[in-house]
Design a protein around this ligand. Structure first.
Ligand SMILES: Nc1ncnc2c1ncn2[C@@H]1O[C@H](COP(=O)(O)OP(=O)(O)OP(=O)(O)O)[C@@H](O)[C@H]1O
Length: 296
């Protein structure tokens, strides 16, 4: 289980001023093996910062991040178990390396003891598992492959690492609609293999497609989280309701042009804890609008 407990990230904004911006504020949720959790929120709500903290790319300021109860320590052993795939697959590949060289580097770093012939067999199987033809893609450079093919190769890479958790940050936003669904279905396949997936998106319709559980983020805070059918089937927080109302069409993106004139965080108090409405359904404020506070 990968667990975030009141995780906070504050970035310093001035060299000497000591000022900072809190991008993520006391966020708590977990990802179990074999489940997809969607982290959804508007641009700037802190989604990628959470993903980057899980991947050890940026430090946690406060709170704890644990893997199977042990504090996360970024390093080779951790990254054998936890990896990320990002929005722009082109930026994840060295343009002068062919795809097979990328896989050879994984062997050197993580599986140096595996004989070359066996490694080749494993690579070809992983590539076939992401519905690509090894003969068609392994000898090619990134610019000779499409975004969808590169995204699939990144997922194939994770299959070779005996991965347990994957952070998938906006991985479908550069893909066309049909490739997008294919890549999402691949995430579903990974789940069937027991992988836990954090699927980060700002696209509500895609967020609901796969996930067992959903976390709705706003201004760095969780406003509602729980089982996807509860959060989206019976949204309790006005912000979640507004998100749903703003997306009448499948595939449409949403934005948040107007502030929400309600107390968003009353129930979170000083601890960041959410109010439990029912099993696996939590909201930031369950007593709207009578709590009478407003915060945007
Ligand atoms: N290195 C940094 N230094 C200062 N502020 C940062 C840094 N990285 C992110 N931020 C700020 O933290 C906030 C959250 O950013 P983040 O990239 O996590 O949002 P996001 O929800 O992933 O947005 P998007 O969907 O646009 O990628 C933003 O206000 C951003 O400006």
């Amino acid at each position: 289980m990968l667990t975030l407990d009141r995780v906070t990230k504050t970035f310093r904004t001035g060299t000497f001023s000591g000022q900072g911006v809190t991008a993520v504020d006391r966020v708590s949720f977990g990802i179990a093996p074999g489940e997809v959790v969607t982290l959804i929120g508007e641009s700037g709500s802190g989604k990628s910062t959470i993903g980057r903290m899980i991947l050890g790319l940026t430090q946690v300021s406060e709170g704890s991040l644990t893997l199977d109860g042990e504090p996360v320590r970024s390093g080779k052993e951790y990254h054998r178990r936890v990896q990320g795939v990002f929005q722009d697959p082109f930026s994840c590949f060295n343009p002068v390396f062919r795809a097979d060289r990328v896989f050879a580097m994984i062997k050197d770093a993580y599986h140096p003891q595996v004989p070359a012939a066996e490694w080749r067999t494993r690579v070809e199987k992983a590539v076939r598992d992401v519905r690509l033809d090894p003969a068609q893609v392994l000898g090619k450079y990134p610019h000779q492959l499409s975004g969808g093919q590169l995204q699939r190769l990144l997922i194939a890479r994770t299959l070779l690492l005996d991965l347990e958790f994957l952070v998938a940050d906006e991985i479908t936003s550069m893909l066309d609609a049909s490739t997008r669904i294919d890549v999402l279905n691949l995430l579903g396949d990974l789940r069937e293999r027991g992988l836990g997936v954090l699927y980060i998106t700002h696209d509500l319709s895609l967020g609901t497609y796969l996930a067992e559980r959903t976390v709705v983020l706003r201004h760095g805070r969780v406003v509602e989280r729980g089982a996807t059918e509860k959060v989206f089937g019976d949204p309790q927080h006005p912000y979640t309701r507004r998100l749903l109302a703003a997306v009448p069409r499948l595939g449409a993106d949403w934005s948040d042009p107007e502030p929400v004139e309600v107390c968003l965080y009353h129930a979170s108090g000083a601890t960041g804890d959410l109010h439990e409405l029912e099993p696996d359904h939590h909201v930031a404020c369950a007593r709207l609008p009578e709590c009478g506070r407003t915060q945007q």
